[in-house]
Design a protein around this ligand. Structure first.
Ligand SMILES: [Cu+2]
Length: 158
């Protein structure tokens, strides 16, 4: 094999790998709906509890079947720590941290984002199946990190 031919094979292989990776990227982003949590704006990290909507954390029904969860992450808990929504609900999480960087992952779902002081994270997810999911912090945030968890209960609709 001539060096030119070997080079051509390597270039073809590299180009095909690039196309495969780009394909996987676009498939996961648009076919599977995986993307980074939406940018929800900024907030004064020292005045989180005085700034709407974070002055009233909790679950609100904003339209039939649509909920908004205003959530705070702090050392070492989530507020609210228990969320109940009916199956089939479209839930928008609006969350931030009050002290240090935390994580928020809802097991068994693609809900997974960082809670960064001064930044608001926003993500919408539809809970199709009834069940219970743990909410865990995946960002080491101090000695109580392993105690930082919550629950989301997706209730069956009769
Ligand atoms: Cu944490």
């Amino acid at each position: 094999m001539t060096p030119a031919k070997i080079e051509r094979i390597f270039l073809t292989l590299s180009a095909s790998m690039l196309l495969v990776f780009l394909g996987a990227f676009f498939y996961s982003a648009f076919g599977m709906g995986m993307h980074l949590p939406g940018w929800g704006g900024t907030i004064d990290p020292a005045a989180v509890r005085a700034t709407p909507p974070f002055d009233q954390p909790g679950v609100r029904e904003v339209a039939p079947g649509r909920y908004e969860v205003v959530m705070l992450g702090m050392a070492w808990a989530y507020q609210p720590s228990e969320i109940r929504v009916p199956a089939g609900s479209e839930v928008t999480f609006i969350a931030t941290a009050t002290d240090v960087v935390h994580g928020l992952h809802i097991e068994g779902t693609r809900v997974n984002f960082m809670l960064i002081p001064g930044q608001i994270a926003r993500l919408t997810y539809t809970f199709e199946e009834p069940g219970e999911h743990r909410i865990v912090c995946h960002e080491y945030c101090g000695v109580g990190h392993h105690l930082m968890h919550g629950t989301i209960i997706v209730e069956g609709v009769e």
